[in-house]
Design a protein around this ligand. Structure first.
Ligand SMILES: [Zn+2]
Length: 124
């Protein structure tokens, strides 16, 4: 196969192979413009990640630790399928940190409630 007859942005001859039935490569072949656009669109769509988390599980308002945990579960489900990156890694670590805080706070609240009810039982 022959090389593409077009020149690139720096004025050098394009090094790509010409496509079948053309003197130009896929990038420089004018009749291929629609196919190029479709390929770009497919690439863009593939990168986009749909929703994974279930919005119906989210509370109307966040008022309790349980509500916080539901939001964190949603956030984690939404971030896991994202394209692997430093930002994604940081996000997941941050969500895990928020889980630890919420779980600790929830455990403290439960223990406090248990102590309070034990004291009430003793008084009553
Ligand atoms: Zn070319």
């Amino acid at each position: 196969m022959a090389k593409c007859k077009a020149t690139n942005a720096t004025g050098q001859p394009c090094q790509a192979q010409a496509i079948k039935g053309s003197e130009f490569c896929f990038t420089h072949d004018a009749p291929s413009a629609a196919a190029r656009q479709a390929a770009r669109k497919r690439g863009g769509l593939r990168r986009r990640v749909g929703h994974v988390g279930n919005l119906t599980n989210l509370p109307e308002q966040v008022k309790t630790i349980d509500d916080v945990l539901k939001v964190l579960n949603y956030a984690l489900k939404e971030s896991l399928p994202l394209e692997n990156s430093v930002q994604r890694g940081r996000l997941i670590v941050a969500i895990c940190g928020a889980f630890v805080d919420a779980i600790k706070t929830g455990e403290l609240e439960n223990r406090l409630a248990a102590i309070e009810s034990a004291l009430k039982a003793r008084e009553g």
